[in-house]
Design a binder for this molecule. Structure first.
Ligand SMILES: NC(=O)C1=CN([C@@H]2O[C@H](COP(=O)(O)OP(=O)(O)OC[C@H]3O[C@@H](n4cnc5c(N)ncnc54)[C@H](OP(=O)(O)O)[C@@H]3O)[C@@H](O)[C@H]2O)C=CC1
Ligand SMILES: O=C(O)C1=N[C@H](C(=O)O)C[C@H](O)C1
Length: 267
């Protein structure tokens, strides 16, 4: 049995993590953390997802709460991440992290933290996207040297970061297949008279509208043919189930930095 703690329990993902955690046979939602200003402190986690009393109360994320779970899951925002990681390192608790839009310094901070705790960090916890990353690497090495490559992502209007973490990871997988550095070939902002497309670049485009859960397409456009690889998430539960699976997988780990492909045994 893995005792799971959830940071940001009242967020869009926080609520789905509670649902997935309660449903997972070998897991218990043992702790749920919210900000000190939250109006749901003291509520039972079951109330957040419309079920009867589950027996775990929502609490302010103090240091003593951290010891109430074995593995903590963080799908909050970049500004909350450093404090959550510091608390988990202090108490020796492993972490599953899905926060996107994090800085290079924060990526380094995760590497450092993983010397003492085990962390699964992934920009997307769905099985389909992690399979897609493998397909993209093959497509890039097969077609990518002559085809024009574009990545298009669509999300709900509340999303704060762009391009999405998944789109950036797709770019990394394609760059790996092409044997180049993403930073050298990425084109993020096209606006005005930008000139003809740069040969060998990987373009990114972001759409924000309504309640789109998350859609990603990689386009490999050659002369006379076009390959499109698309993933569509229609329910956040797919990410939440992946994260709970990662938490259970982590319960046997001491330290190290892993991703969802490690959890799915795709490597
Ligand atoms: N890797 C993956 O598979 C996925 C990743 N994500 C990522 O997860 C993150 C959250 O997404 P989503 O659930 O839609 O966002 P929400 O805005 O719904 O949730 C964010 C949560 O973070 C909490 N929070 C914000 N700032 C702080 C802070 N300073 N300290 C503590 N808690 C804080 C909020 O608390 P409060 O409720 O008080 O506002 C809220 O509970 C994003 O980075 C998103 O990109 C999303 C889906 C899948
Ligand atoms: O913010 C979201 O909603 C999502 N964020 C992740 C990302 O940035 O890729 C994953 C998913 O697409 C949903």
């Amino acid at each position: 049995m893995t005792n799971i703690g959830i940071f940001g329990a009242n967020g869009r993902m926080g609520r789905r993590l509670i649902e997935a955690g309660i449903d997972y046979p070998e897991a218990k939602v043992a702790a749920a953390s919210v900000r000190a200003t939250s109006t749901i402190i003291g509520a039972d986690v079951g109330e957040l997802i419309g079920i009867e009393n589950y027996g775990t109360s929502v609490k302010e994320g103090t240091s003593s709460l951290i010891s109430e779970a074995d593995v903590w899951i963080d799908f909050t925002l970049p500004e909350a991440l450093d404090n959550h990681v510091a608390q988990c390192v202090k108490h020796g608790k492993n972490m599953v992290i899905g926060v996107t839009g994090i800085s290079e310094q924060q990526k380094e901070m995760l590497k450092k933290a993983s010397e003492s705790i085990a962390i699964v960090y992934a920009t997307n916890f769905s099985t389909g996207v992690n399979l897609m990353h493998r397909l993209l690497e093959i497509a890039a090495s097969t077609m990518g040297h002559t085809a024009d490559i574009e990545i298009v992502e669509s999300h709900h209007k509340y999303k704060k970061d762009a391009p999405s973490g998944t789109a950036l990871s797709m770019g990394e997988a394609i760059a790996k297949g092409l044997n180049v550095n993403l930073a050298d070939v990425a084109e993020y902002n096209r606006n005005g008279i930008v000139g003809e497309r740069k040969q060998g670049s990987i373009g990114f485009a972001s759409l924000r509208a309504g309640d789109i859960v998350g859609e990603h397409t990689a386009l490999f456009a050659d002369i006379g043919e076009r390959l499109e690889i698309t993933h569509k998430a229609t329910d956040r539960l797919t990410f939440a189930k992946g994260a709970i699976r990662a938490a259970a997988w982590l319960s046997k780990k001491e330290n190290g930095l892993f991703d969802m492909q490690d959890v799915l045994n795709f490597k």
